[in-house]
Design a protein around this ligand. Structure first.
Ligand SMILES: [Zn+2]
Length: 217
């Protein structure tokens, strides 16, 4: 359920104006091609019908991927000069979207705000890398008969922690996660995201289990 709007675009090369469809809301979980374009910083790239120049129009759009709890507002780089104004607008739009999308929005996390396409591209690149790493971890966890706790991906990004945590036994708790992490890193010392998180958990006795992921994936 991505959707498009029409804008009047102006070519930065020949200054020709033309009407162009652009994505105003991209559901990256449902439209792989659009996710790929966003990852290449090419979402909404236009071709000028007069001179053939490729450019990104002065238009804001929203990227949404519930499984990884990503909601991002992508503003044109020129909007950076009025950052406060656009951040305020984002907050108002976000409140309205929360009403419309209900429970599907990540709770307790402000949307990401980017000026230009590269910040979102890096975030998606990073999530893909995390996903590969996670697949390796889950392979080992299964082999070691450990269960896997799904923590909030948004929490994981904010805290530089893995979003999937192995645990021993039936119930994910601080103690069973520590036990699971110990078994996991003993079996594979290259899973450094998990060994780092284990060290962090053990160093901080007040650290509790992270919030659970919202979306069923
Ligand atoms: Zn042109």
């Amino acid at each position: 359920m991505s959707f498009q709007g029409t804008i009047e675009a102006n070519c930065p090369s020949c200054t020709d104006g033309f009407d162009a469809p652009i994505w105003s809301f991209v559901h990256g979980g449902k439209d792989q091609a659009l996710r790929d374009q966003a990852k290449a910083s090419e979402c909404n790239m236009l071709l000028c019908p007069s001179c053939g120049a490729a450019f990104l129009p002065e238009a804001a759009w929203i990227y949404y991927e519930p499984e990884d709890e990503i909601l991002a507002f992508v503003f044109p780089p020129s909007y950076k000069a009025e950052e406060t104004k656009w951040r305020d607008k984002m907050k108002a739009d976000f409140a309205a979207m929360r009403e419309a999308l209900g429970d599907h929005l990540p709770v307790g996390h402000e949307p990401e705000v980017f000026f230009g396409p590269d910040g979102l591209a890096s975030l998606l690149e990073f999530e893909d890398w995390r996903r590969d790493e996670r697949d390796v971890m889950e392979f080992f966890a299964k082999d070691l008969k450990l269960s896997v706790y799904r923590a909030s991906p948004a929490w994981a990004r904010e805290n530089g922690a893995p979003a999937r945590l192995p645990y021993k036994g039936k119930t994910p708790t601080r103690a069973s996660v520590i036990e699971g992490l110990k078994i996991l890193v003993a079996a594979n010392d290259r899973l450094t995201a998990w060994s780092d998180y284990l060290a962090k958990l053990e160093k901080d006795p007040s650290a509790v289990l992270p919030p659970a992921a919202m979306a069923a994936s």
